[in-house]
Write a protein that binds this ligand. Structure first.
Ligand code: FAD
Length: 417
């Protein structure tokens, strides 16, 4: 039941949906505005990992030196085609500054808090709201072809255990094939994170949508927010393709597109779209049991009850929605090098989405410097599905000025103001 306070959530991805859900639970009368359909952004075709194992950010000591030589290669998992884009170059410069041990560990602690909280919140939501999203508890397996890479991951596994109590089990050599027999022989080994889980993202979104509506929220699809009009220190009106909307609270959850509202927010958000791809097909005859990341290619496979998904690669090509067949071919190539069974020729869906890549690996969650009634929730990067519930809960806690369930300081926008 609403207690009279009104909120508009902009963006119907997982972060917007989770924010709307927790605001409804806290008694807000919520209207969610989505430009297309729920899940039209990065949240629909991602790999579905609920992965506390992903506490470490992309940035870290040595990352730039290690990645730079591969960056401009066409078939590298990470691709940054050379072009004039001052926003991207600034982002890259800021990213290089994050590559110190202190900053890496600061980001890891913030990510771990969101990931760990989200795992328990998901278990609660999926159960309480009876969400059928093919939730599966089989962990996540990192697979290595190179013995050197497999061995060097030991230091990260030890760090994750020591700092965050995240457990990984090593399967060296052929032991990894015994553990996951659908792999080809000859892998150097694998690291298994037993506490990870996975879901089918579109079904999770459908579950959130139903739960929001059942709790009195209204979802308005095909409404594009054009601008946020400020009156002094608050947003007075949300101008949309369907006319103006007003509310006591505005939540901006437009993923990779959040930076376009910098003027209303009062600071630039260093978020770039990191385009990734996925292919979804019927289940394989010899379907793997465990989701896997083929580490040398950064390609991820997700065995779903209703299908099989291969995803990943990261392209910094700006706000470009096109699907590059060469990137899809890389997904197939990697699967062919690791799995016994070839992928079927025909797939059900070829998909691309923009990961909202913040420069420091931490999302931006907090009140906007220029408008007290505007909360930003964006920049969840490669872990937006895995961190959506805690992000949404934090949004609701900040909105109602409750003590946050985890320390919200690392995500504050003041770090960019
Ligand atoms: C290939 C790939 C695999 C991934 N795998 C995983 C994974 O396994 N686990 C994980 O945790 N994360 C994964 N991610 C990352 C994850 O998908 C994202 O972090 C997450 O979806 C971001 O959610 P969001 O709600 O912030 O943004 P989005 O899902 O992009 O939602 C933003 C929404 O806002 C809407 N919008 C934008 N502008 C406007 C406007 N002006 N007016 C109205 N609406 C607007 C868009 O239409 C969109 O629906 C993956 C991403 C990719 C690309």
């Amino acid at each position: 039941m609403s207690d009279g306070r009104t909120a508009i959530v902009i963006g119907g991805g997982l972060v917007g949906c989770a924010s709307a859900y927790y605001l409804c639970r806290d008694g807000w009368k919520v209207t969610l505005l989505e430009r297309q359909m729920i899940g039209s952004g990065a949240s629909h075709g991602n790999c579905g990992y609920v992965c506390p194992s992903h506490a470490m950010p992309l940035s870290g000591p040595g990352v730039v030196a290690h990645t730079l030589p591969t960056l401009f290669k066409r078939d590298a998992p990470l691709s940054i085609p050379l072009r004039f884009d001052p926003g991207l170059w600034k982002w890259l410069l800021l990213f290089t500054r994050q590559c110190t041990t202190d900053r890496m560990m600061h980001a890891a602690a913030g990510r771990n808090a969101l990931l760990a909280s989200s795992m328990s919140l998901y278990r609660q939501i999926v159960c309480e709201e009876s969400i059928d999203c093919e939730w599966t508890d089989r962990g996540l397996l990192l697979v290595y072809k190179s013995a050197k890479d497999f061995d060097s991951y030991k230091a990260t596994a030890e760090l994750l255990k020591r700092e965050f109590d995240i457990q990984a089990v090593a399967y060296p050599g052929e032991a990894v094939k015994e553990f996951e027999p659908t792999l080809k022989s000859g892998m150097a080994g694998g690291w298994h994170f037993p506490a990870d889980a996975h879901v089918r993202p579109d079904k999770l979104l459908a579950g959130f949508k139903r739960a929001i509506e059942q709790r009195g929220g209204e979802i308005r699809e095909n409404v594009e927010v054009v601008t946020l009009l400020r009156d002094g220190k608050s947003v007075a009106s949300v101008e949309t393709s369907q006319g103006p909307f007003t509310a006591d609270l505005i939540v901006l959850a437009t993923g990779a597109e959040a930076p376009q509202f910098a003027k209303a927010i009062g600071c630039q958000l260093p978020i770039q779209p990191g385009k990734g791809y996925s292919l979804t097909m019927r289940p394989l005859k010899n379907q793997p049991k465990i989701p896997m990341i083929f580490e040398e290619h950064h390609v991820a496979v997700t065995p779903l009850e209703s299908g099989f998904r291969v995803g990943s690669t990261m392209e910094f090509t700006g706000y470009d929605r096109s699907i590059n067949p060469k990137r899809l071919a890389l997904l197939r190539k990697s699967a062919a090098e690791h799995l016994e069974e070839p992928l079927p020729e025909t797939v059900n869906e070829e998909w691309a989405g923009w990961r909202p890549m913040s420069v420091d690996g931490l999302p931006c969650i907090g009140r906007a410097p220029a408008a007290r009634n505007l909360i930003v929730a964006a920049g969840n990067g490669m872990i937006g599905l895995a961190t959506a519930p805690a992000t949404g809960k934090l949004v609701a806690e900040i909105a109602s000025e409750q003590t946050p369930h985890i320390d919200a300081t690392p995500y504050s926008l003041s770090r960019f103001a």
